[in-house]
Design a protein around this ligand. Structure first.
Ligand SMILES: CC(C)(COP(=O)(O)OP(=O)(O)OC[C@H]1O[C@@H](n2cnc3c(N)ncnc32)[C@H](O)[C@@H]1OP(=O)(O)O)[C@@H](O)C(=O)NCCC(=O)NCCS
Length: 335
């Protein structure tokens, strides 16, 4: 394994006469998966003139000068969306940061051309790719595409909004695909002492366990999970606990408001709470309750948004430094 190398020097627009390099990269990658059949002339004739292919679609293609990686992007017709595709990195160049550089290059081009959403399709068998895209803030959304090709391919659709501040509700599949990135955010928030049930240091496994339970409860309809993207970065989240007692069908609990420490004070927390309030109202949960640590950023945020304090329990929980802190209870009517 070589260490990171100077990347920006080696990436250039792809040309039609780079066909051999594209065919080698894609052929080698597909050969790693039993049952995936690579038939250039039968199924992928565009590889013989790939730069022209993407130019005709209004898109763009890049190749690493030494042939170790490629990526492309092109506009789709709906949603101001652009598709990222043909993302391949040779085995010898994996783990070097090249893949991130390729993806960032394609994303930056699409955004500069006006993309509001990025979309990509990836074979259900390419698990390393799923992890890679999930770390980059993409979530799995929509139906699985069934291709009538020689490999009998099934493809997941991954997507993320990439412009401004966007909050979306996750279905069960999207929630499961967000577990990796949400774990990073939870670990970072716990590390800086957030009041979210856990104490630092929090390991990956415990964080994944938390989000797995959340995805399961989303699937069961017991929980609503909202996620916020800031300029294409999955930067924050909030949950609505819907499992209420029989005599409180109109109440929901706001839980686990988390904004990545690197993306604070941009209004992301506020937007998440406001969308959670709207979502609650929409599903008939007119009374919201929550608790948060007294004196933390969350307390100021909820007060600003008109939440009323019910009361304060002194010395109720430990903070990151294991000091006892008060917990404040809030409520709000939303319609
Ligand atoms: C609470 C939290 C979600 C706020 O996220 P955020 O995206 O930074 O929030 P916003 O940018 O929307 O902040 C809105 C307002 O909240 C208040 N606020 C936010 N952070 C604050 C801080 N560190 N100190 C004081 N007030 C703060 C301010 O009034 C702020 O408005 P301003 O930036 O115009 O001054 C974030 O700090 C966080 O993830 N903390 C750790 C987890 C946590 O404690 N969650 C609450 C559990 S219920």
């Amino acid at each position: 394994m070589g260490g990171p190398r100077p990347l920006s020097l080696t990436l250039r627009p792809g040309r039609d006469d780079d066909a051999e390099a594209y065919i080698r990269l894609i052929g080698d990658a597909w050969a790693e998966f039993p049952g995936v059949i690579f038939d250039v002339d039968g199924e992928l004739p565009e590889l013989r003139a790939l730069a022209s292919h993407f130019a005709a679609l209004g898109g763009m293609l890049w190749l690493v000068e030494d042939g170790s990686g490629m990526v492309a992007t092109r506009p789709l017709r709906e949603d101001q969306a652009w598709e990222i595709g043909r993302m391949y990195v040779a085995k010898s160049a994996r783990g070097t940061g090249l893949a991130q550089h390729l993806l960032a290059t394609a994303e930056a081009h699409a955004r500069a051309q006006g993309a509001a959403r990025l979309v990509l399709w990836t074979d259900t068998r390419f698990e390393a790719a799923h992890a890679f895209y999930e770390k980059a803030g993409y979530v799995r959304q929509g139906a699985i595409r069934i291709l009538d090709d020689l490999s009998k391919s099934l493809e997941f659709r991954y997507t993320k909004p990439c412009r401004g501040l966007v909050v979306e509700a996750m279905d069960a599949g999207a929630a499961a695909s967000a577990e990796r990135r949400l774990s990073e955010i939870l670990i970072a928030c716990v590390a800086e002492g957030a009041s979210v049930s856990y104490l630092p240091p929090m390991g990956r496994e415990k964080a994944r366990g938390h989000w797995k339970r959340v995805s399961t409860e989303v699937a069961q309809g017991q929980r609503l999970l909202l996620v916020a993207w800031w300029e294409g970065v999955l930067a924050g989240t909030i949950q609505l606990g819907l499992e209420s007692q029989e005599n409180q069908p109109h109440r929901a609990e706001v839980e686990k408001l988390l904004v990545d420490p690197a993306w604070r004070r941009r209004g992301i927390g506020t937007a998440l709470v406001q969308r959670a309030e709207q979502a609650a109202q929409r599903i008939g949960r007119r009374l919201l309750t929550l608790d948060t640590r007294g004196g933390d950023a969350g307390e100021a945020l909820y007060r600003r948004l008109g939440w009323a304090e019910t009361g304060r329990v002194p010395d109720c929980e430990l903070d990151g430094a294991r000091h006892l802190r008060d917990v404040v209870y809030f409520w709000k009517r939303v319609g």
